[in-house]
Design a protein around this ligand. Structure first.
Ligand SMILES: [Zn+2]
Ligand SMILES: [Zn+2]
Length: 134
């Protein structure tokens, strides 16, 4: 991700680096608030505005994507490629859902349709919440 940041001509500041490191390989689709809470102890001068701006910059550069799945919250995914999501209304976690998007020669396909974007959001209860029956 750091390489991608440099490729996009963006300056690598310590705070940007921390946000990227936190997101890199992260499959929990954290919200802006979660990222801020996680990094604030290490970077006391970090502000919500910096987190927002950095995420916006990374999104504009196509390095990450924003997921509008929980009302009133902005979640981010370090995987910029089209895929589908599931939101558990009980534990508020966001999961990746495989709806058969296939990668062929650097492009993504669903059967013989070339997928440029994907905004499928499913909502319900995840497996562990179903089991705990809350
Ligand atoms: Zn759940
Ligand atoms: Zn995802």
């Amino acid at each position: 991700m750091i390489e991608k940041l440099k490729d996009a001509g963006l300056r690598v500041t310590p705070q940007r680096l921390a946000i990227i490191n936190f997101l890199d390989g992260n499959t929990s689709h954290p919200s802006v608030e979660e990222i801020y809470k996680e990094l604030k102890p290490e970077f006391p001068s970090l502000s919500m505005a910096t987190v927002y701006n950095t995420l916006q910059t990374l999104e504009n550069a196509g390095i990450i994507q924003e997921i509008n799945i929980e009302p009133g919250k902005r979640h981010f995914d370090p995987n910029p490629y089209p895929h589908c999501h599931f939101f558990c209304r009980s534990c508020k976690r966001v999961f990746d859902i495989d709806l058969g998007v296939e990668q062929v020669e650097g492009k993504r396909w669903v059967s013989d349709f070339w997928v440029e974007n994907c905004y499928i959001n499913l909502m319900g209860k995840c497996n562990s919440c179903m089991k705990s029956n809350d």
